[in-house]
Design a binder for this molecule. Structure first.
Ligand SMILES: [Zn+2]
Length: 378
């Protein structure tokens, strides 16, 4: 399975963009894919599509599809993940009225091996690791689609297993009322990138925003002299972002999952008859110059601590939402301003051992937009 490199470099376009700046990001997309974005907007006025996102865990499925939607048409492009969908079902089960609605929906729409009583037992006893029966997932996805009529969308998390692939091929026909195109979006990200994304991930305990100490820091970074570690400060609410337990192990705990994801991608890659969009996150260092601009490459951030700095600014050291009402106090949460953030190129070995760069989400989304235009014959 070899994903082609995608060229986002445009000859003669010398301007450098700061892609973390929303205004410059808009201009970047306008200059590099303005024509294609217009075509997609026009198409979406009267049409939709269903795109199945396939990629390893933490490959950025949500990031890419949400950026696409945001850019092209937030009103007409949706995104939903099976994980979120199942969590919503958990809430419905605890509400008598909503549970009744779910029950009558399943009565009309579920076809499969289990009785209604068994289905509810499966749903209620479910733990995070157990998978729901495919026929049940199908019925729930159908419900989700009916709720969002006349919207194009990306589905994240279905197909999740090999037997679900063939269901996805006929899903459009199964749910009956749509003739719109369906597409596989395959995302290829080297495991070293996934590993570093997990290892350095930091999450805001208040708003759940996720950033990365090494690859995507916030604009303010603090240093904890006691623990001798750097930390990120959430841009939304100044809370100190935290590490989730087990993240320091990187991909180790999800190795098996990654293997299944890879098999799933290989199978999808080999199928005929359904259009595919191939998104590639990495570029060999030796090829980068010909395909992408420097500012499209993910840098590594190196943090340095300057002891002499005395300036202190407050940070909220919060554990949960309830704490967010606590007043700031320098004594409690004071942090010195002495952290220096330096940028340098990040080079790692891809899955084949080739020294590579990782692309920022924006150029990958450019590739997605242009391939989508082609797939839809616009
Ligand atoms: Zn936050």
């Amino acid at each position: 399975m070899e994903f082609p490199l995608f060229k986002t470099k445009i000859k003669g376009l010398e301007r450098k963009f700061n892609l973390t700046d929303p205004k410059e990001q808009r201009e970047y997309f306008e200059l590099k894919a303005g024509k294609e974005i217009e075509k997609l907007r026009k198409y979406l006025k009267g049409n939709t599509f269903i795109a199945y996102l396939l990629g390893k865990k933490n490959s950025g499925k949500g990031t890419y599809s949400k950026m696409f939607a945001e850019l092209v048409s937030p009103e007409r492009v949706g995104h939903f993940s099976i994980g979120d969908m199942v969590r919503t079902v958990d809430l419905e089960l605890r509400d008598v009225k909503r549970k009744k609605e779910l029950s009558s929906f399943l009565e009309k729409n579920y076809r499969g091996r289990f009785s209604k009583e068994e289905i509810f037992r499966i749903l209620e006893k479910r733990n995070t690791k157990s998978l729901l029966p495919t026929e049940l997932i199908l019925a729930l996805v159908k419900r989700e689609i009916e709720r969002r009529e006349r919207k194009a969308f990306f589905i994240d998390g279905f197909p999740r297993d090999l037997d679900q692939i063939s269901f996805s091929l006929f899903f459009r026909d199964l749910i009956g009322h749509r003739d719109d195109p369906d597409i596989f979006v395959l995302i290829d990200v080297p495991e070293n990138v996934i590993d570093q994304r997990i290892k350095w991930r930091r999450v805001c305990p208040i708003c759940q925003t996720s950033r990365n100490l090494k690859l995507l820091p916030t604009s303010k970074v603090g240093y904890d002299e006691e623990k001798k570690e750097f930390y990120l400060i959430c841009e939304n609410n100044k809370a100190r972002m935290v590490k989730k337990e087990g993240d320091e192990l990187g991909i180790k705990p999800i190795r098996e999952r990654l293997k299944v994801d890879e098999k799933l991608m290989e199978l999808a890659f080999s199928l005929y008859g359904i259009p595919k969009i191939l998104l590639r996150n990495s570029v060999p260092v030796t090829e980068a110059k010909n395909f992408v601009d420097d500012y499209e490459i993910t840098p590594e951030y190196v943090l340095e601590w300057n002891k002499k700095s005395k300036k202190v600014h407050p940070v909220r050291n919060l554990k949960n939402k309830r704490d967010s009402n606590i007043k700031l106090s320098k004594k409690q949460f004071g942090v010195s301003d002495g952290v220096k953030v330096k940028e340098k190129p990040w080079i790692f070995l891809d899955d084949k051992g080739v020294p590579s760069f990782s692309l920022l989400p924006q150029p990958v989304v450019i590739s997605m937009i242009k391939q989508m235009v082609e797939v839809l014959n616009l």
